[in-house]
Design a protein around this ligand. Structure first.
Ligand code: NAD
Length: 428
């Protein structure tokens, strides 16, 4: 099938490459000329393991890139995968999605399915439909499908080819069938829902995941007071199938482009409808406090942080991505700078994206041991494998004081003690 994907970010590009692999003829469009130039040279403009190879494999065959809209003419399906970043009030900024709807108007002379893959609030399908009708587009020329995406950065390719489920929300059987034929090769449950149901499923999924994280983080604080190891507790409850092992890692809190945004989006929707979302608000509140707890822990160990050299290991919001959107490293570093610490930071892939988001005085280096030289403490913020496999004897040798604040529980407290570190994990 011929399809156009609008937006070549983490979601649009991965989706485009996956559909090309499935044999569809895909054109990915972006308004960012630099991105499209890079992609046309076979370079992926962000870090996502495996995506480079997939794009190169299909480039100029099943997969094309353009800033022009020409491919829409012959596309049966147009997939909208543009961003929906949060506004100040927590609502999503819908201007990019609405701009796509506007761009489609001249092309809706022949029937097309508009697939909304961007995460959008309940009611978006109706807003876009009403908008297109108000602009003189005939109702018979389009259907709108709400088809939320559940991939995770870092494992985006695997998640796209092997999704847990596919949700196709539409009131048109024809549109559902066309959308389904895009994904036919995926072996997973397919849920056909209303548009509104599909829109809500995405917010509900991310808010539930955020709830699990805030729950385990609150539990970690309680465990710490009673000298109980949260990792044991997480495993002990996680093997219960009703609970599940995933998203029970205590740490510095959740970040990234989705969980914080979708949680605040759902809170906004609830508020607007007159519901006070008490659980969701607490989830957000607990998460907002996590980064400051790390700094407080450091203060409890070192006293004043003024002129103390602190090495921060990890900037990305999670491993295997260079995405810095809402990364917990940002508030942690800002607070350390506020406390007048001398902050050094290292991340294997996110350093460039981090630079504009953290204070200029922070020295970013490409050597994780060098930043720890003569340091008063190392703070682990992202659980990269590189840190899990660190040369701990070298680390201990270069540090002034062997203090480790492990915000991701990547080491065993007993091993670290044996190695001579003053080791402080999370909830243990
Ligand atoms: P992104 O910011 O990485 O990419 C969005 C892209 O859209 C940018 O390249 C931008 O230039 C482009 N764009 C903006 N307006 C355009 C237009 N009119 N025409 C063509 N391109 C345009 O965003 P993302 O992380 O890929 O997320 C996209 C959507 O998917 C969001 O709604 C997000 O919430 C949702 N989502 C993201 C993830 C994730 O892990 N990143 C997972 C699931 C769902």
């Amino acid at each position: 099938m011929k399809a156009t994907v609008m937006g070549t970010g983490y979601v649009g590009l991965t989706t485009g490459a996956m559909l090309a692999q499935f044999g569809h003829k895909i054109t990915c469009i972006d308004i960012d000329e630099r991105k499209i130039d890079q992609l046309n040279m076979g370079q992926v403009p962000f870090y996502e393991p495996g995506l480079d190879a997939l794009v190169k494999k299909h480039l100029n065959k099943n997969l094309k890139f353009s800033t022009g809209l020409q491919s829409i003419v012959n596309s049966k399906v147009v997939i909208c995968a543009v961003g929906t970043p949060p506004n100040q009030d927590g609502s999503p900024d819908m201007s990019y999605v609405l701009a796509v709807a506007q761009q489609l108007i001249p092309y809706l002379k022949r029937y097309k399915v508009i697939v909304i893959k961007s995460t959008v609030p309940v009611g978006t399908k109706k807003i876009i439909q009403d908008y297109l009708l108000s602009q003189g587009v005939h109702r018979s020329k389009f259907d709108i499908v709400s088809n939320p995406e559940f991939l995770r950065e870092g494992t985006a390719i695997h998640d796209s080819f092997y999704p847990d489920r596919i949700v196709i929300g539409s009131d048109s059987q024809r549109a559902v069938s066309l959308t389904y034929s895009l994904y036919q090769q995926c072996e997973c449950p397919v849920l056909i829902t209303s548009n509104e149901g599909a829109e809500m499923i995405k917010y509900a999924a991310n808010s539930f995941l955020a709830t699990k994280i805030s729950f385990i983080n609150e539990l970690a604080d309680i465990c710490e007071k009673y000298s109980v190891d949260i990792e044991e507790v997480a495993r002990g409850i996680g093997y219960d199938k009703r609970i599940g092992l995933h998203f029970l890692k205590a740490g510095v809190g959740f970040g990234g482009s989705c969980l914080p945004k979708d949680l605040s989006g759902l809170i906004y929707l609830a508020d607007k409808s007159g519901i006070d979302p008490k659980v969701l608000r607490s989830v957000s509140h607990i998460n907002a406090e996590r980064p400051y707890q790390v700094v407080n822990k450091l203060k409890n160990v070192l006293g004043s942080l003024e002129n103390k050299k602190i090495a921060v290991w990890g900037l990305a919001f999670k491993p295997e991505t260079d995405d810095m959107r809402f990364a917990p490293s940002i508030p942690i570093i800002k607070q350390l700078v506020e406390e007048k610490a001398k902050v050094y930071a290292f991340d294997p892939v996110a350093a460039n994206n981090a630079k504009p988001l953290i204070p200029e005085c922070v020295k970013i280096s490409n050597d994780m041991y060098e930043i720890a030289r003569d340091s008063d403490a190392v703070v682990i913020v992202t659980e990269w494998d590189l840190f899990k496999n660190a040369d701990l004897s070298l680390l201990k040798k270069v540090m002034k004081y062997p203090v480790i604040i492990d915000g991701r529980n990547i080491f065993s407290p007993a091993d670290m003690k044996l190695q001579g570190f003053n080791y402080y994990g999370t909830g243990r």
